[in-house]
Design a protein around this ligand. Structure first.
Ligand code: SAH
Ligand code: SF4
Ligand code: F3S
Length: 474
C-alpha cells in the first residue's frame, strides 16, 4: 500500500491568482462520488485562483468534464457530450469554449482525447488538478494564440496529490463527502479503476480530522468517508479503518458517519464490532458482492467465496443493530453460465439487499479480463440483468412490506420530487420532504416547511420503489 511521509504540498484551498480578466468555468461531473468530491476540489482551486465558476455551459469560457471510465457507455456519453457542447455554440453563433477532460478518462486515454473530430483542448488526470489554474490561464489568455504549443495533457499518478474540497462549496444538504484515500490495490480482473486512479494512497488521519472539523465548524453534522475501498485504509500500517472511524467519532458536534465502499474481504469482525459499538456510525453497509458464483468470483479475483460473504453478512446482522445492506452486481462476466447466474440470484434472495446496483459486464481495454472471451451475448446479458432486477425488486418488496406500520427516526435532507398523482393518491398533499434514516432508508413525508438537518419521526404507511412513504409523528 503506497503511503507517504514528510510534508505534503498544499493542495487545499487556494492557488495564487494567475492573471487579469479571468475566465468563467463550468464543471460537469460524471461517475462516482470520488468525482463529485474532486469536482468540488477543482471548484475550490479555481475559485481560489480567481476564476468565476458558473452553473451553465453557455455562460462559460472553459468547460471541464470530470469523467468516468468504468464502463464503455460511461465514456461514450462524454465523447458525445463534447460534440453536443460544440454544436450548441455553433448553433447560437457563440465562440467555441475551451473544453477540458478531467478524471478517469483523462488518465486512461490521455493524448488520444486530443485527436479526431471530438477532440478536446485540455486533458488533466486525477492527480494533477493543481495544474488547472495555470493551464486554463494560458489557454484563455488573449495575448497568446490558442494554437500555441502549450502542454495540454497532464496525467500520471502522484501519491502526494490529496485534494481537499472546501466544505463551504459542498452542495449536499447534510452529508459531506470526505475522500480518505485514493486509488485501489485490489485489481479485480474486470476493473479499470486501479489503472485510472493508481495505487492506493491514504490521506493522513490528521488531514482527515482537520477536514471534518472544518465541516463541523461550518455547520455540517454528517460525513460520508469515501474511497474505492475505505475498509482497506491503513495509514502507515498502523491506523486501520476501524481505528480511523473511532478517531473521527470523537469529533465534537459530528453526529453521523457513513462510509463507501466496503470491500467484503476487509469486513473483519473487529471492524463490524466497532461499527456496531459506535453510535455515530450509521448501520448501513455498501458491500458489493458482484457475483454469487465462486467460480466467477475467483475469475474476477474478488478474494472471497459466496459462503464467506454470507458469513460476513450474518456476523454484521449480529454485531450492528438495524444494519442494512446494498451491493453492486456484474452480470455476464466472461464464462458466466446459467448456473453461475442462478447462484447470483440465490445470494440476492438470501441477503435481502435494500438496494442493488446491477451492471452488464463491459470489457475495459488493458485489464486482465480483457484477455478472456467476452462470450455472453449482449441479449443474454440484458435478460440476466432484467431477471436480477426483478428478483431484487421482489425480495425488497417483501422486506418493505414488513416495515409498514413502524415508526422510524430520520433526518430531513431536503425537498423531495415525489408527487401524488391523480388516481394514485396516497392521501397526502405536497410539498414533500425527504428524510433519511441512519440505516440509509429514504422516507417521503408531506409538510409545509421542515428544517433541513432536523431529526423527526415518521410512521411508515407504504413505499414506492426504494422510498418509503411516511407520516410525521409528534
Ligand atoms: N470499489 C468498489 C466499486 C468500484 S466501481 C468495489 O470494490 O466494489 C463500481 C461498480 O462498477 C463495481 O462494484 C462493479 O459492480 C461495476 N463495474 C466495475 N467494472 C465494471 C465493468 N468492467 N463492467 C461492468 N461493471 C463494472
Ligand atoms: Fe475496482 Fe475491485 Fe478496486 Fe473495487 S476493489 S475499485 S472493483 S479493482
Ligand atoms: Fe468511474 Fe473513475 Fe469513479 S472509473 S466509478 S469515476 S473511480
Amino acid at each position: 500500500m503506497a503511503t507517504f511521509q514528510g510534508d505534503l504540498p498544499d493542495l487545499t484551498q487556494t492557488a495564487a491568482p494567475v492573471g487579469e480578466n479571468l475566465a468563467s468555468v463550468y464543471i460537469e461531473t460524471y461517475g462516482c462520488q470520488m468525482n463529485v468530491y474532486d469536482s468540488q476540489a477543482i471548484n475550490g482551486l479555481l475559485e481560489g485562483a480567481g476564476y468565476n465558476i458558473v452553473q451553465h455551459d453557455l455562460e462559460a469560457d472553459v468547460i471541464l468534464l470530470n469523467t468516468c471510465s468504468i464502463r464503455d457507455l460511461a465514456e461514450h456519453k462524454v465523447i458525445s457530450r463534447v460534440g453536443e457542447l460544440r454544436h450548441r455554440r455553433t448553433k447560437t453563433e457563440m465562440p467555441q469554449p475551451v473544453i477540458g477532460v478531467c478524471g478517469c478518462m483523462a488518465e486512461r486515454m490521455g493524448k488520444d482525447l486530443r485527436k479526431g473530430k471530438r477532440r478536446v483542448d485540455l486533458v488533466v488526470g486525477v492527480d494533477n488538478y493543481d495544474t488547472l489554474p495555470g493551464l486554463i490561464s494560458k489557454l484563455t489568455a488573449k495575448t497568446i494564440p490558442q494554437h500555441a504549443h502549450e502542454r495540454r495533457t497532464v496525467t500520471g499518478h502522484r501519491s502526494d496529490a490529496h485534494y481537499v474540497a472546501p466544505p463551504s462549496l459542498y452542495p449536499i444538504n447534510n452529508s459531506h463527502l470526505v475522500t480518505i484515500h485514493k486509488g485501489c490495490d485490489y485489481k479485480c480482473t474486470y476493473c479499470i479503476v486501479p489503472y485510472t486512479r493508481g495505487p492506493q494512497s491514504e490521506k493522513s488521519p490528521e488531514a482527515i480530522i482537520e477536514e471534518i472539523s472544518g465541516i463541523v465548524a461550518g455547520g455540517g453534522r454528517e460525513v460520508t468517508l469515501l474511497g474505492q475501498n475505505v475498509t482497506a485504509y491503513n495509514w502507515q500500517q498502523n491506523m486501520d479503518f476501524a481505528k480511523l472511524v473511532e478517531e473521527v467519532a470523537e469529533i465534537d458536534g459530528l453526529e453521523r458517519i457513513r462510509f463507501l465502499t466496503g470491500h467484503p474481504t476487509d469486513m473483519h469482525p473487529h471492524l463490524m464490532d466497532t461499527i456496531g459499538r459506535l453510535e455515530k456510525v450509521c448501520p448501513w453497509l455498501h458491500v458489493p458482492v458482484q457475483s454469487g458464483s465462486d467460480r466467477v468470483l475467483r475469475r474476477m479475483k474478488r478474494l472471497y467465496t459466496s459462503g464467506q460473504y454470507l458469513e460476513m453478512v450474518d456476523y454484521a446482522r449480529q454485531a450492528i443493530p438495524n444494519v442494512t445492506f446494498s451491493t453492486d452486481f456484474i452480470v455476464g462476466f466472461p464464462g458466466e453460465t446459467e448456473q453461475d447466474f442462478q447462484d447470483t440470484l440465490e445470494v440476492t434472495r438470501k441477503v435481502k439487499y435494500d438496494q442493488a446496483f446491477c451492471f452488464k459486464y463491459s470489457e475495459r481495454p488493458g485489464v486482465p479480463a480483457a484477455k478472456l472471451n467476452d462470450d455472453v451475448p449482449d441479449v443474454e446479458k440484458k435478460r440476466r440483468l432484467a431477471e436480477l432486477l426483478a428478483v431484487q425488486e421482489e425480495t425488497w418488496n417483501a422486506v418493505a412490506d414488513t416495515c409498514v406500520g413502524q415508526v422510524w427516526p430520520g433526518v430531513v435532507e431536503g425537498q423531495a420530487k415525489h408527487q401524488s398523482k391523480p388516481g394514485q393518491d396516497d392521501g397526502q398533499k405536497g410539498p414533500f420532504w425527504r428524510l433519511r434514516t441512519s440505516n440509509n432508508r429514504k422516507i417521503i413525508v408531506s409538510a409545509d416547511e421542515l428544517k433541513i438537518g432536523a431529526e423527526l419521526k415518521a410512521r411508515i404507511n407504504g413505499y414506492k420503489n426504494t422510498s418509503f412513504l411516511g407520516e410525521l409523528q409528534d
